[in-house]
Write a new protein. Sequence first.
Length: 361
Amino acid sequence: MKNTEQTIEGYIPQLDGVRALAIALVLLTHFWGGGYSSGHWFNDFAALGWVGVDLFFVLSGFLITGILRDTRDDPHHFRNFYMRRALRIFPLYYLLLTLVLIVLPLVKEMPGEAIEDAWFYWLYLGNVALTDGWQLFLLDITWSLSLEEQFYLIWPALIYRMSNRQVMAVCLALIMAMPLVRIVLWEPLGWMWLHMVFRADSFAVGALLAILMREGLPVRHFRWLVVLWAPVLYLAGTGNFARNSLLVGTIGYSMTALACGGLLLIAKDARVFALAPLRQVGKVSYGVYIYHPLCLVAASLALGEMTPWVRLIGVSALTIAVATASFYLFEQPLLRLKRHFARAAASGQAVSPPSLESSRA
């Protein structure tokens, strides 16, 4: 295992590999569509792909908390943090909204709910718009992006004046309290998984790991959390881990968050997650997430009905190609502007924040 100082300050290529795994799970659940006969175990496994979003949540908590703690003494702490976030996430997000809410309605009639609730999406409240149910696949994916943005708005101010020990206490409180809150307020329609107040434990797991590392504590001892994938996979394979079930809606989210935390601790030192193909997919994973509904619709219009494997492999490849082109031609020129919002080193020379801030962070 690398020493703590290296792990905090150095670029961790394996984290891009974790992103690749997370986005692969998302593509699996959205592109497979129950390709085998009813009751086949692979259909149930593919339906579990929603945990890829939970893996993104844990990773965001880990990365963002680390960045916030490492740049806390920066005189432009909040300005730099939010400008860098905006340069990373706003361009693609608002490109999607422009295409779906402004351009597409010129050539095709759109669902009334999506148009009426457009302002929710423009304000990063897509998760609120979807409380009563899905509206439009092209926009439904924004629920998780909205939830992450709400985390970005709340978390920096909340922990700014806290010591690391105090932040750990807050994280532990959230991890322990959220299952109880979901049990008390459980709603069978499953809308709770859309809202930050009920999903904070996923971010808290990642944040806690980031703080433990900065305190020099042996986080490797928490790798055992990865064993929680065993009951998750078993329950999913038997069709008993549906997102709107009482089990998942109460303790299941906590179980997957802790399992993702264990996976993160193992992955960050595993060479397999640093393989170049995984790192490349991880680098463009944000674009893959944004573009994959558009690519699926475009492929369906061009090719008609596709077999599940063609849809999964072919449209995934198309999406990665589109996201890669977007990254280098559209996003990267904007990302270069981040240099204007670098933190100040002790010598007064501007330097970039710790490289834990990689492609999606």
